[in-house]
Ligand binder design. Structure first.
Ligand code: PHE
Length: 550
């Protein structure tokens, strides 16, 4: 069914551009330069490139190859590998759905900031402006405050654009990315040229690229490199699986993965110059050290960089508009790739029209996004983002590698992609998906888990982390299983989640004596009950056989 009516890209470049558009996003500007700076500057490029070659490119080949071979979205493709793995695809889709809910809100802020660029409203008080005037930030996640209508307006604009593109399927995606991919790169080039010709710029670049090789001995730096590669290439959301499923079966896999990966990482590296040259100028203009002004995340995009822009000679307003236009065009193709991945999954499952499925994904995403437009929005955004990135997508990537390497068979998969590809991959790929990726991603998950339990993230209250973090992650898994099969949900994932929840409650609130009492009693007597139950069942089988023999 899916085979006959499947949409197709108009040509190969439409596909590669769309994939690059998905990978190149806000993270290239606000995440990479900052992570590089924190983790050894120029020396960070070594673990970064190693991560690219041993995890980024191999996993991208995996996602492209899977989507193209199975001709379906993530759930559909995993179901074809093994019926019981469909939930993994749904999980990826749901994690992506959660991301697009708040990604769109960040884009909404960009619309607002374009408006404020004309008067440079934040000049001289960027931090106060962002937190208090623009967001009306409350005192904590428990105090919602009101909805910020200007942000809702931006959110509406964002969703209208996303729906306008995705509703018409990959044909329109293919056309739109011809503009939204080159445009931010050109705009970044404007900032690189402007930045590098300012006094103090070189000081900034020095911070970005001066290698600190001693950092290479810290495992944390290597984990940061793998985490960054993973996030940056948009792996683990089912996006690339969905995009590749619109390619005819005979298309190239490996070389497309190389093109996408190098284009994305090249853009990140380039963006670092736009960020650090301007920060260098900013430091010089305000007479402080560069280390005082570096920042990442929303703090960079909505506080530090705008402040630096307002000090530019000439027409700073123009650069304000251009900067937020850069962010918008960077973000939009990532956002609609997330929506398209979900739309493809829904269409594969329920056979709906593209337009119908687009509305089914977009309206709830818009509605949920309203939570992030309140005065507590930034807190919730920070919590959800942290958990989803640390435990959502990395876990999906881990499972993807395990399922393909051990259930489908690494060698069988490699032979398939090699048959269709311009560049052949060797046994090294098997080693990466069988050992390197599970090992590294597994370590990242464990490591983050330990960090999480040691110290609550960001100093937020525990209930907020439970609701915005753990609950969201656990719900996504459960919903994934439910979408696959109701029975499996009732028998496995729901009881398992309840058990985890119960243990967490106990550990948090019950005295240690009671915890030990309940756990030992549950293991001993639960185990006894279970084994007696099994014995009873088996005995019936045994008696049946006995009867037959007579
Ligand atoms: N790759 C994007 C970035 O670097 C982040 C992203 C991931 C966006 C997944 C969409 C989907 O910004």
């Amino acid at each position: 069914m899916a085979e006959v009516s499947r949409d197709r890209w108009m040509n190969r470049s439409a596909f590669t551009m769309a994939a690059i558009g998905s990978a190149v996003g806000l993270g290239n500007v606000w995440r990479f330069p900052f992570v590089a700076y924190q983790n050894g500057g120029g020396a960070f490029l070594i673990p970064y490139l190693v991560a690219l070659l041993t995890a980024g490119i191999p996993l991208m080949i995996l996602e492209y190859g899977l989507g193209q071979k199975m001709q379906g979205s993530a759930p559909h493709s995993f179901a074809k590998v093994g019926k019981r793995w469909e939930w993994l695809g749904w999980w990826a889709i749901l994690v992506g759905f959660i991301i697009v809910v708040y990604y769109a809100v960040v884009m909404a802020w960009c619309w607002g900031y374009i408006y404020h660029s004309f008067t440079l409203s934040w000049k001289g008080q960027a931090q106060d402006f962002f937190y208090h005037k623009f967001l009306r930030l409350t005192n904590g996640p428990g105090e919602l405050g009101g909805i910020r209508w200007p942000v809702v307006l931006g959110l509406t604009l964002t969703w209208v654009s996303i729906i306008w593109v995705v509703r018409h399927g990959v044909r329109r995606v293919g056309k739109v990315v011809m503009i939204t991919v080159p445009m931010p790169v050109i705009l970044l080039a404007v900032f690189v040229v402007r930045g590098l010709t300012l006094p103090g710029a070189m000081e900034g670049v020095k911070y970005y690229l001066t290698p600190d090789f001693s950092k290479l001995l810290e495992p944390r730096v290597w984990l940061a490199a793998y985490g960054q590669i993973f996030f940056s290439l948009s792996l683990g959301f089912g996006i690339l699986i969905a995009y590749a499923s619109y390619l005819p079966r005979r298309s190239d896999v490996n070389n497309n993965a190389l093109i996408t990966s190098f284009a994305n990482c090249g853009t990140s590296y380039f963006a670092g110059f736009a960020v650090f040259s301007i920060l260098g100028y900013f430091a010089q203009a305000t007479g402080v050290g560069v280390e005082k002004v570096v920042a990442g995340g929303p703090g960079l995009a909505f506080i530090t960089y705008p402040e630096a822009i307002s000090l530019l000679p000439g027409v700073p307003s123009l650069f304000g508009v251009l900067f937020f236009l850069t962010l918008l065009t960077l973000g939009i193709d990532s956002a609609f790739s997330l929506v398209e991945a979900a739309v493809a999954a829904i269409r594969d499952k329920w056979n709906l029209s593209q337009s119908r499925a687009t509305w089914i994904v977009s309206l709830p995403a818009f509605a949920l996004g309203l939570i992030f437009t309140t005065g507590a929005g930034l807190y919730w955004l920070d919590i959800v983002d942290h958990f989803v990135n640390n435990f959502g997508l990395v876990a999906v990537g881990f499972m993807e590698a395990v399922v393909i390497a051990y259930l489908f068979g690494a060698e069988r998969f490699r032979n398939y992609v090699n048959r269709h590809s311009e560049v052949k991959i060797g046994r090294w790929w098997d080693i990466c998906v069988k050992f390197v990726i599970p090992l590294v991603l597994g370590t990242i998950i464990l490591w983050s888990l330990i960090e999480e339990l040691k110290k609550p993230y960001g100093g937020y209250p525990n209930w907020a982390l439970t609701v915005g973090g753990w609950l969201v992650v656990i719900l996504a898994v459960n919903l994934g299983v439910l979408l696959m099969d109701k029975k499996a949900f009732l028998r496995f994932s729901l009881p398992a989640s309840l058990a985890v929840g119960l243990i967490a409650l106990l550990v948090n609130f019950a005295p240690p004596m009671w915890v030990m009492f309940i756990i030992s009693a549950a293991v001993l007597y639960g185990g006894l009950a279970l084994s007696l139950h099994i014995a009873h069942k088996k005995q019936e089988v045994w008696l049946d056989i006995e009867d037959e023999a007579e």
